[in-house]
Design a binder for this molecule. Structure first.
Ligand SMILES: [Zn+2]
Length: 164
């Protein structure tokens, strides 16, 4: 067996009896496999005081949404990444659902090849609207800035992703 994990986010965990491992059972909803709608997401975010971006990256809430997908989904939804997750109104949550599903689908379509390429690799194409594009113009507005939230690089547009 050969295991390549260039970003070192993965792990191999044995399951001698073939039963789902604890890490697997702890995962939240997979937006594509399980479906995602505004009623469920609104309920899941209710009462959360932390930044919405960190809530999206909580794997016990949504499985498979990491830094890139959260960044892209929030830009699509025109939501500032630091907004308290529980403060989003129904329309914002509905935009966020569309942002998450749209970003995941577009990313999978762009990566529909024999080999995944990481956007950080030299010369690799960047299929994303804002991720990895700090300092470049927002596709909708004049400029992007880069900020740090929870220790992770976070790209957002200060014009179309207002703090409130
Ligand atoms: Zn913008």
């Amino acid at each position: 067996m050969r295991y390549l994990d260039p970003r070192q986010f993965g792990r191999l965990v044995p399951s001698p009896d073939g039963a789902p491992i604890a890490e697997w059972r702890a995962l939240g909803r997979d937006p594509l496999a399980d479906g995602l709608d505004a009623a469920w997401l609104g309920e899941a975010l209710r009462g959360r005081r932390g930044p919405v971006k960190l809530a999206l990256m909580d794997q016990s809430l949504l499985a498979g949404v990491g830094n890139i997908q959260a960044t892209e989904a929030l830009w699509r939804a025109k939501i500032h990444p630091a907004r308290p997750a529980g403060d989003l109104d129904r329309r914002a949550v509905a935009r966020l659902v569309e942002g998450i599903l749209g970003s995941l689908r577009d990313t999978l379509a762009a990566e529909d090849g024999p080999e995944l390429t990481y956007v950080e690799e030299a010369g690799a194409p960047n299929p994303f609207a804002v991720y990895g594009r700090a300092g470049e113009p927002c596709p909708r507005c004049p400029a992007l800035v880069r900020d740090v939230l929870g220790g992770r690089g976070t790209v957002f547009c200060p014009r179309c992703q207002r703090p409130s």
